[in-house]
Design a binder for this molecule. Structure first.
Ligand SMILES: [Zn+2]
Length: 350
């Protein structure tokens, strides 16, 4: 009997050394440990043994069983490791000496203009605020003196969401929140509210050379005692002359916006055609850049600010249009085209 056990052990190590994959290894497992396997088969000879011998033999067969199971387990691990090694070996090699394309990306012209404006306004004591693109009807319209069914809503073909919220159609949507955020400082500590909030706006516009459904604005507000239109003109002129690095011709036209009173349209002389008229300026020589005006008392009140005591101005600068003017971009659609060839030209202007 002992001889049989020894033979089986020797046979097993010979068989295992031949095995090259897990499928074949499983066959070996069945051949030794299965119901009809050779280890199980040893037990059949037990009936001819005495009680004592049987006890001894049973113990040895159990030891053999464990030894066989361990040997198969070890082989399984070894085969798995070998499989992973061969998979790694078959993967494409990474060659660190291969030359790489080191072309740098570039800032989008709107990002460049936005950062420049932020810097200019920061230097004049304004804070830069960030605001959500999905806002409520209250934020975008009602708090700005545009109640439901007000005809001024028709000027902005707005994208409404199923939950009643909307994609902001103007950066003014943040105005109420800013007034509430800084109103306390104004009232209690006499610190004027000075904030700009750049952001992306959305309107359902038919696109052409100067209209897009997605565009960038930068809203600005200043609220304090004795703020007047001359403060507004001063800040706008300072900003524009710094952005363009030269004196820019501007004009104020009366304009109607429910959240300002009086309201204006600030136009700048078209820098693409020098004021002679082109497609970008609809052949008028002027480009509408910025609706602005004195914040309507109702809007101040809605923001928790006493309109008898404080006044303020607000403007909604068209950042997209400003970028077009600064870089001589003739078609607004180029800005959202994703064409790296045309957009990367502005890389060096930091
Ligand atoms: Zn023009």
């Amino acid at each position: 009997m002992d001889e049989k056990i020894l033979n089986l052990k020797n046979q097993l190590s010979a068989d295992l050394s031949e095995i090259k994959n897990l499928v074949d290894l499983d066959k070996i497992r069945v051949a030794y440990l299965g119901k009809k396997g050779s280890v199980t088969g040893l037990l059949k000879g037990m009936k001819d043994l005495s009680h004592e011998e049987r006890k001894e033999f049973g113990k040895k067969v159990n030891q053999l069983k464990n030894a066989v199971a361990n040997a198969i387990e070890e082989k399984t691990e070894a085969l798995k490791k070998a499989e992973i090694q061969s998979e790694i070996a078959s993967m494409p090699k990474f060659d660190i000496t291969t030359p790489v394309d080191l072309t740098r990306g570039s800032y989008h012209p709107i990002t460049l203009v936005q950062r420049q404006c932020e810097e200019i306004f920061r230097s004049m004591g304004f804070t830069v605020e960030d605001y959500s693109e999905v806002v409520t009807d209250y934020e975008c319209f009602e708090s700005l003196n545009i109640p439901k069914h007000h005809p001024a809503r028709d000027m902005q073909d707005t994208y409404y969401l199923e939950n009643g919220q909307l994609l902001k159609s103007q950066t003014s949507a943040a105005q109420n929140a800013i007034l509430k955020k800084y109103g306390k400082n104004l009232i209690e500590k006499d610190i004027p509210i000075r904030a700009i909030f750049p952001g992306r706006c959305f309107r359902n516009e038919a696109t052409d050379a100067c209209h897009e459904n997605t565009f960038f604005q930068m809203e600005g507000v200043m609220v304090d005692k004795d703020i007047s239109i001359s403060n507004l003109i001063y800040f706008m002129k300072t900003m524009l002359s710094q952005v363009f690095q030269k004196d820019i011709k501007v004009r104020l036209r009366p304009g109607f916006f429910p959240f300002v009173e009086p309201g204006f349209e600030l136009d700048i002389s078209c820098l693409i055609c020098g004021g002679e008229g082109c497609a970008s300026c609809k052949h008028s020589g002027w480009l509408e850049l910025c609706p602005c005006g004195m914040i309507h008392p109702e809007v101040l009140k809605e923001g928790g600010i006493d309109s008898e005591k404080y006044t303020g101005f607000a403007f909604g600068l068209g950042l997209t249009r400003l970028a077009m003017m600064k870089y001589g971009i003739k078609d607004i659609r180029d800005l959202n085209s994703g064409s790296l060839k045309s957009l990367s030209q502005f890389t060096d202007d930091k």
